[in-house]
Design a protein around this ligand. Sequence first.
Ligand SMILES: [Zn+2]
Length: 255
Amino acid sequence: MANGYSDGGFQLRALDNGWCGGQFEVLEALGVPHLVTTFNGPDVQTIKTHTYRAGVQVARVLGCKDAAFLDQVHGARVLIGERRGLVGAGDGLVTETPGLLLVGKSADCPLILVADPHARAVGFAHASWRATVAGVTSQLIQTMETRWDCRPADLVACICPSVGPECFEVGPEVRVAALREIGTHASAFFQPGPRKEHFDLWQANGDALQRCGLVPDNIHVAGLCTLCHDSHFPSYRGEGAAAGRFIAAIGMSQS
Ligand SMILES: [Zn+2]
């Protein structure tokens, strides 16, 4: 599988309400409500402009009471979700509140779902290249560690469908920013391509998770590229500014 990580049993499947959505077996086994939506799901433009409305639809499907979301701004700020609706501007969201679904939205950017097997908290990071370089994934894990005493070695992380290393072309400014902010080891996340360099966001975030103390066996990459699978997922790189969004959501079970 991609970068040596397992796919966590990620599968697209028909849901009881007729939607097609993706779920990770490793999160299902922990009883963690979660879903990655597709075009056959909540309306992709509604997700973009009325995120709460779409999020509540997903919450109902998953048996959650309500939904919380972020104004995603491509940075490293992590917020705590304690009640429904817009929590604020940031790219990481964590909660311990049973029945509250955390709703991330994406068109190509990796959304990373993280769960504590001891059910202390769940969270997600919106790991766009800018947020990845800024360290959002590490900030998410550190927040779970300091606020809830989560042990990184126990945490399970799942990287949702997103633009894959074979498709993500970037300009030279991305490498410069990555080496400056992440460190020189970030050069391993770049590969030459036919036109431009390619940046491997899956590898970059997997590495960030391992540096925080997660074990490779608990890091999973769905491995589905949203640009290659644009019949399932809105893609900013494929459709441009008009692209809608899909949701990746995770919550604490109510029981
Ligand atoms: Zn691709």
